[in-house]
Design a protein around this ligand. Structure first.
Ligand code: FAD
Ligand code: S2G
Ligand code: ZN
Length: 460
């Protein structure tokens, strides 16, 4: 399950002793897992593409317990792999060797919600979908949504700076996260859990941990700004014959739907070359309906789009969204998927798919493109019946060099984890990567937090 190219040699961390187990059982009674069967699912990633050999899963419930764990592990030189919902796609969420898995699954309490400002504070282990359900009761929604919502934790979302389906409208977590509580590698609790929209007193430290993938600290609580639940939501599923038409439709959307546009996603397919999922979220069904009607009329008469379907009712909206959200799952049925999460200038995003198809010819089972058009974020997936080193060698570094030539990012929203860490230089200058290494060394001098992840090997 692990390609030798991905896994570096085990670093000289200590191995777990009986004394360690006694210590953890004292501070976490009943929440220290050593049974290999129970550990199995935490040792393998969602894609079943990487597997660790951790012998110990810890399930703290409080920040204080996380602090005690890290203080102890730091003193014993024991490596720790923070884990949320384990839906990450770059091998960051599971151990490479026998790192201790520190799960946030039992840190799932909502702490406060201010219904005037829409500011929520909660523990890191809250499942995204549960937070959405809690907020919808209060006429609010989460500012992010992704296909993994049923399993991913908000702490994992922040640690990976997850983008998702609503970024076009509500922005990135770098904007919506107002504060974080983080436990550092030595057990220090960094309380940056502010609930203020504005605070310019010194460096904005929380930003360091957003997207740090468990390598700089364990996020234990999050404060996040949540938007009001829109009174009127429409989802449109339309066909487009060419990618140029898809881009023109996007421009038309922005012009005619303006402030109510909340998502513009695409998928390619054999039947109709492209489908777009367009969502509007507004406060006045009549006003929104008129705008949407005018847009559709214009798009149809200028034959930018072929026929499609409109959903205004909740269950139909969910059904249309699942066509987009379940592409990841669908692709797993092809066998093995080589996944590339690329940011590019939006007009180029599909060029990479067509170039890759031409480059691979019949060596791949399928070459699929879909993703977040509004964010210039392509999900390029190449599938084959089984793992195929020759196919991988044809894909990489071709895909990274192509991306670098367009000054794109080789990881738009999923992070670098284990799988992509050594390709960081295609998107970041070495001076920036060196500075990242200095920050890592300052915050986690023993390197016990999620070793082998995010930063390239030669920095270790
Ligand atoms: P995990 O997978 O458990 O961990 C991910 C990383 O964060 C690891 O490096 C881990 O060590 C670290 N981590 C986890 N919790 C903490 C914590 N409390 N403190 C510090 N570090 C921590 N991603 C997107 O960005 N956009 C999408 O649209 C999207 N769609 C997806 C759809 C599907 C079907 C699937 C399976 C995944 C999708 N993802 C997407 C990827 C994944 O869901 C996100 O990266 C998500 O944010 C991971 O959250 P998690 O709780 O599962 O974290
Ligand atoms: C999405 C999920 C991961 C993938 O669906 O937006 O982020 O590449 C992706 O399938
Ligand atoms: Zn995505």
């Amino acid at each position: 399950l692990r390609s030798p190219a991905a896994a570096p040699d085990r670093l000289p961390f200590s191995r777990i002793t009986q004394g360690d187990l006694d210590f953890f059982r004292k501070i976490l009674p009943g929440r220290v897992i050593t049974d290999p069967d129970l550990l199995e699912s935490s040792n393998v990633d969602w894609l079943k593409s990487v597997r660790g050999s951790s012998e110990l899963l810890l399930r703290p419930q409080t920040t204080e317990e996380v602090s005690q764990i890290l203080k102890y592990c730091n003193s014993r030189n024991l490596a720790v792999n923070p884990q949320g919902g384990n839906t990450g796609l770059v091998g960051g969420s599971v151990p490479v060797y026998d790192e201790i898995i520190l799960s946030t699954a039992l840190m799932n309490n909502i702490l406060t919600f201010d219904s005037i400002s829409g500011i929520l504070t909660c523990q890191a282990g809250c499942v995204l979908e549960n937070l959405s359900l809690y907020l919808e009761e209060k006429d609010y929604i989460m500012p992010l949504d992704l296909g993994a919502k049923g399993s991913c934790h908000i702490g994992g979302n922040v640690a990976t700076n997850a983008g998702g389906l609503r970024l076009l409208r509500y922005g990135s977590l770098h904007g919506t996260v107002l504060g974080l509580e983080v436990v550092l590698g030595d057990g220090q609790v960094l309380d940056c859990l502010a609930t203020l929209r504005k605070d310019n007193t010194g460096y904005d430290l929380k930003q360091l941990f957003i997207g740090s993938e468990g390598t700089l600290g364990v996020i234990t609580a999050v404060s996040i700004l949540c938007p009001r639940k829109p009174k009127s939501v429409n989802v449109v599923f339309l066909g487009c014959e060419t990618f140029e038409q898809l881009l023109k439709t996007f421009q038309l959307c922005r012009g005619m739907l303006g402030e109510i546009l909340s998502a513009y996603e695409f998928l390619d397919s054999e039947y109709c070359p492209f489908y777009v999922v367009i969502e509007t979220s507004g406060s006045d069904p009549k006003h929104d309906g008129e705008k949407l009607h005018n847009f559709l009329e214009e798009a149809m008469t200028s034959s930018l789009v072929t026929d499609g379907t409109v959903a205004t009712e909740d269950s139909k909206i969910k059904a249309l969204w699942s066509m987009r959200e379940r592409v990841t799952e669908a692709l797993t049925h092809d066998g093995f998927t080589y996944k590339y999460d690329i940011s590019l200038p939006v007009e180029k995003i599909y060029q990479l798919v067509t170039d890759m198809r031409e480059h691979l010819g019949d060596r791949a089972k399928s070459v699929v493109g879909y993703g977040h058009v509004g964010d210039g974020n392509l999900h390029l997936n190449v599938t084959s019946p089984a793992k195929d080193p020759a196919l991988l060698a044809a894909i990489e570094p071709f895909v990274y060099e192509w991306t670098a030539r367009c000054h794109g990012s080789i990881s738009a929203e999923h992070g670098l984890g284990l799988k992509k860490r050594n390709y960081i230089y295609y998107s970041k200058p070495s001076q920036a990567v060196a500075l990242m290494g200095n920050i890592k060394a300052m915050l986690d001098p023993k390197g016990i937090l999620n070793p082998y992840k995010t930063l390239p090997d030669n920095l270790k």
